[in-house]
Design a protein around this ligand. Structure first.
Ligand code: PEP
Length: 250
């Protein structure tokens, strides 16, 4: 896949003004001719404003939502549904490890979310990844296999082909400690083979976990790494745009 995807997950960071300023700065600093598919995931409350700030400025920038509820409406206090965001968003992150860890989201819930996102004609970015303990005890591939089987492979093939998968080793998220190129290569090869064998074609595979300007050339050059899901380094325009520039030249 030639066109890389660079997705910036701002998590619960940036207030209203910072969100709009960051969006404008990213738009100003990109040339609008990028081939990279740039996706911004602001806090959900600022999605409309970020959408408004980016629209018309750079056609390669789209907006995503960090999480959604699986129902389209109802008595779910504090939640946001696909029907509320689909005007602005093309992508939704499903199953980020922080959702799995802090909000106890299990595969059964994630599968409902995947279906809900797909029915709303948006693209889910399904996050999977092993903990440090699981890696150290040699369970990485079993864990990833189970995470994929219980979610992506429960969809029909037409639905599964519309998804993106992000491999995010939990021990590399927000720690500054990225997976090594050989660890990423091994996992992405494994995922590519697993997915193509089951659904008949490859889908985009992102890497996430302390990806930054210093290491993104190496990580994005690995076979079957179609892009990156970026946390910390997406919070500042200069570092995120540097990564976009690097992605352009791979
Ligand atoms: C993430 O949260 O998806 C992530 C990859 O974060 P960071 O880049 O900060 O490790």
């Amino acid at each position: 896949m030639n066109q890389k995807i660079l997705a910036g997950n701002w998590k619960m960071n940036h207030d209203f003004e910072e969100s709009v300023r960051l969006t404008q700065a990213i738009c100003d600093l990109t040339t609008k001719k990028e081939k990279t598919n740039i996706i911004l995931f602001p806090p959900s409350i600022f999605i409309p404003q970020v959408f408004a700030a980016a629209i018309g400025l750079n056609p390669n920038i789209s907006i995503g939502c960090q999480n959604v509820h699986f129902e389209t409406n109802g008595a779910y206090t504090g939640e946001v549904s696909t029907s509320m965001i689909q005007t602005f968003c093309k992508y939704v992150i499903v199953g980020h490890s922080e959702r799995r860890q802090y909000f106890k989201e299990k595969s059964s819930i994630l599968l409902k979310k995947l279906k809900s996102v797909l029915s709303a004609k948006m693209t889910p970015i399904l996050c999977i990844g092993e903990s440090l303990k699981q890696r150290e005890s040699g369970e990485t591939f079993e864990v990833l296999n189970n995470q994929i089987k219980e979610t992506l492979f429960e969809l029909n093939n037409i639905e599964a082909k519309k998804c993106i998968v992000a491999y995010e080793p939990i021990w590399a998220i927000g720690t500054g400690l990225s997976a090594t190129a050989s660890q990423v290569e091994e996992v992405h090869n494994f995922l590519h083979n697993l997915i193509t064998e089951k659904i008949g074609e490859s889908i985009p595979l992102l890497y996430g976990g302390s990806c930054k300007p210093e290491n993104c050339k190496e990580l994005l050059s690995i076979n079957y790494v179609d892009g990156a899901l970026v946390g910390g380094a997406s919070l500042k325009a200069d570092s995120f745009v540097k990564m976009i520039e690097i992605a352009e030249n791979i």
